[in-house]
Design a binder for this molecule. Structure first.
Ligand code: 5CA
Ligand code: ZN
Length: 481
């Protein structure tokens, strides 16, 4: 079984090293803070993660669009709560060439204002609703907290934002529920564990009625928000005058939701499944799913036979739609190749030597379990997709087990604080639901309030540790990124 000592104890170092050495993401060298470069192997990984996201959105009736990057100042300022939330994070374009611009242009920090402006033109009647749009594009935020590769960027290059329009509060609420289901499927596909919380009111998205968030726990025990779903009410519809004629012919403002995920989804796949030997990628997003390593024989003739057999296996796997490659390099040893492809997280390695070529077999090494098995080639070809599903299941299970272990329920805040300092992860405490108590809790334990679970069945009979009243829900607390 794989070792995960450095992965857990020196995670930050592990992560920075892995994304660089596995040629995923070159970060910190380009002279603009918070902006990195997706390298070929990383770009492919990102593309495959995006395939998962697109598939899950498309199959639920979301339509992909692409909006302009720039927002004129008056549009961005139209909704006051929204601009107050983003004011200190906006990049402004003030010049076109040498000319100062009449109207300053913002680089979009997100696109509610752009889409709402357009929806006012596009939508007239309830008959057109619901509408579910999304785009995948770069957004820009002048983040003031410490920037981190893929995790806290100033150019978020993989921002998937969905924007929906509805004819009632209830339908928008139903959409929030659908979005949660879509995100669950996406994170399940990627084997990423999560908790879903209703964010406390003081931490909702600027302009939303309420925000639901997905959080995961990183190997160092710190929590990362990996997705958010917002019920926007009529906030933007009112100021942008998105009006719809209802079934009873009355005219009302539309109701909206928005939800987003980012580069953090890719970062999380890397972080959650890795080990001390490097990346461990689930086959669904692995740029190379099977790497074939020919092991030279004793004679030139034998070696030629081995290489021919390896190429044959490659062709057969390609035919099945497997992402496969033979490492034919002559200047490095097979052992070196094992190490290198393990580091890059390739889920399955085939070792093809004299014995395999003579017997029509393959030696299969699994990256997740670091175990080897010999199989007839035909059997392997028949089972290859089952093997992929089995690897994904193993990774998902391992990730969830580790994750659940990092969630602790306590009724006492001193204990909560201790756990947040040692074991870390997420601590759940009984909460009366009052804002004042919630805010006091996060101060007391010196952590962030993630909010409450959506399902009320899990609420224990206990007292709020601040006011002593009966708990109505749980408060989740964590040190976060
Ligand atoms: N317009 C809404 C819905 S798309 C919105 O912008 N929501 S958000 O601000 O919560 O961002 C959506 C998700 O993007 C967050 O949950 C978080 O996972 C991710 N994200 C936000 N800022 C950054 C950043 N600076 N770097 C990387 N990911 C980020
Ligand atoms: Zn209380």
């Amino acid at each position: 079984m794989s070792q995960r000592v450095r992965w857990e104890q020196k995670f930050s170092e592990w992560f920075d090293e892995v994304i660089e050495k596995a040629e995923i993401y070159d970060y910190g060298r380009y002279p603009v803070k918070g902006m990195g470069v997706w390298m070929p192997y990383g770009f492919k990984l990102r593309e495959l993660v995006l395939n998962v996201i697109r598939k899950r959105l498309n199959e639920t009736g979301h339509e992909e669009i692409l909006l302009p990057l720039l927002i004129p100042e008056h549009l961005l300022r139209k909704e006051s709560e929204h601009i107050r939330g983003f004011e200190d994070q906006v990049y402004w374009i003030t010049h076109g060439g040498l000319e100062p611009l009449d109207v300053k242009l913002a680089l979009r920090p997100t696109s509610e204002t752009i889409i709402s402006f357009m929806e006012a033109l596009w939508i007239q009647s309830y008959k057109q609703l619901p509408k579910k749009y999304y785009q995948i594009a770069s957004i820009f935020r002048y983040e003031t907290k410490a920037t981190r590769p893929m995790i806290r960027l100033r150019e978020v290059t993989t921002f998937k934002e969905a924007h929906t329009v509805h004819d009632s509060f209830e339908d928008a609420e139903r959409q929030v529920e659908e979005a949660i289901e879509v995100y669950k499927r996406i994170f399940d596909d990627l084997g990423i564990p999560y908790v879903i919380s209703q964010r406390p009111i003081w931490d909702k998205f600027a302009g939303a009625l309420y925000t639901i968030a997905f959080d995961t726990i990183f190997p160092d025990g710190r929590v990362l928000q990996i997705g958010t779903v917002h019920h926007l009410g009529q906030t933007f519809a009112k100021v942008f005058e998105v009006r719809v004629q209802k079934r009873d012919e009355s005219i009302d403002y539309a109701w909206q939701t928005s939800y987003g995920i980012s580069d953090r989804a890719v970062a999380t796949v890397i972080a959650i499944h890795g080990d001390d030997r490097g990346l461990v990628l689930p086959p669904i997003v692995a740029p190379i799913q099977v790497i074939i390593i020919p092991i030279p024989g004793k004679t030139k003739e034998e070696t030629e036979k081995i290489f021919k057999y390896a190429k044959e296996i490659e062709a057969k796997l390609k035919e099945k739609g497997v992402r496969v490659k033979v490492d034919e390099r002559e200047e490095v040893t097979p052992g070196y190749k094992y190490y290198e492809w393990e580091y890059r997280g390739v889920p399955v390695r085939l070792e093809i030597g004299p014995r395999e070529a003579a017997n029509n077999t393959v030696t299969i090494a699994r990256r997740d379990l670091l175990k080897k098995e010999i199989m007839k080639l035909d059997e392997f070809l028949n089972k290859v997709f089952n093997l992929f599903r089995d690897i994904e299941e193993t990774l998902r299970k391992r990730a969830w087990e580790w994750f659940k272990n990092k969630i602790t329920y306590v009724e006492d805040l001193d204990e909560a604080k201790k756990i947040l300092e040692s074991k870390k992860g997420i601590v759940e405490v009984p909460w009366c639901g009052g804002n004042k108590c919630g805010l006091e809790m996060q101060d007391y334990v010196d952590a962030r309030a993630l909010g409450s679970p959506l399902d009320k069945e899990t609420i224990p009979k206990a007292k709020c540790p601040i006011c002593g009243k009966e708990a109505k829900t749980l408060m989740r607390l964590a040190r976060t990124y």
